[in-house]
Design a protein around this ligand. Sequence first.
Ligand SMILES: NC(=O)c1ccc[n+]([C@@H]2O[C@H](COP(=O)([O-])OP(=O)(O)OC[C@H]3O[C@@H](n4cnc5c(N)ncnc54)[C@H](O)[C@@H]3O)[C@@H](O)[C@H]2O)c1
Length: 259
Amino acid sequence: MLGAAGRMGGLIIQNIVKNGNLQLVSAFDLTKIGADAGEVAQAGNLGVPISDINDLGTILNDTKTDVLIDFTIADATAANAPIAASCGVNLVIGTTGLNPEQQEIVKGSITENNISAVIAPNYAVGVNVFFRIIREAAKYLADNDIEIIEVHHNQKQDAPSGTALKAAEVIAEELNKTEFVYGRHGKAPRGDEIGIHAVRGGDIAGDHTVLFAGDGERIEIKHQAHTRQAFAAGAVKAAEWISSKEPGIYSIEDILGFD
Ligand SMILES: NC(=O)c1ccc[n+]([C@@H]2O[C@H](COP(=O)([O-])OP(=O)(O)OC[C@H]3O[C@@H](n4cnc5c(N)ncnc54)[C@H](O)[C@@H]3O)[C@@H](O)[C@H]2O)c1
């Protein structure tokens, strides 16, 4: 587990412990180094210390880690995914906010090293159904104004969320739209863009609304995560699934068996 001392890392470790088919063998972070990863995650002592990220390659090899689950920050993922890939370790990446260059580095290292990886901005099953529904709605509402509003807790580092960006990409692809506008300020007449808005506050796990606004009516399609559990369960399921897959980069849709 990379990001073992984080919010998602802790919850994922709890889910690994509950899963009879997986075993935590290594854990990494910048903080809580030397502490037991299970205790930090409030999952009981697992005899697995949180290791310094500088020892990533050595420890992945020594512990014969099969899959590395990474929920950290973009810079960390861009630096560490190539190291794990060069050790032949499969990846489940949940980190969001990677810029196009960082995404290329990560994807390139997966392909060059012939490993398997799942990369998803959102591991919740419902969100991936939500992506399907908004694509379908967009087909019929192409002439509407389309806005995406995402709401997250006040500790979230990146904006807009990876899920909001993915929702925008899904709609843009369906309707051949090319322009995204991130928030509005000052004189800002509306054009053919998809508007994307990030709201931050409290401990909200993650809400995403797509608004299709037409003449005299509107449709709002909304997904709300009550807790982070849906993301953690999905990431653990992905780790189990990826171990038997051919080299390549997979999405949640592949795991869910969507055609
Ligand atoms: N894909 C999904 O389903 C999903 C769901 C929730 C959150 N996320 C994303 O997961 C990431 C983590 O979210 P979080 O809420 O757990 O954040 P968090 O801040 O609680 O945890 C991140 C952890 O990563 C560690 N870290 C940072 N830089 C590091 C480095 N260079 N090496 C090793 N460890 C490092 C931090 O010390 C921290 O413990 C974010 O990018 C977030 O957007 C994705």
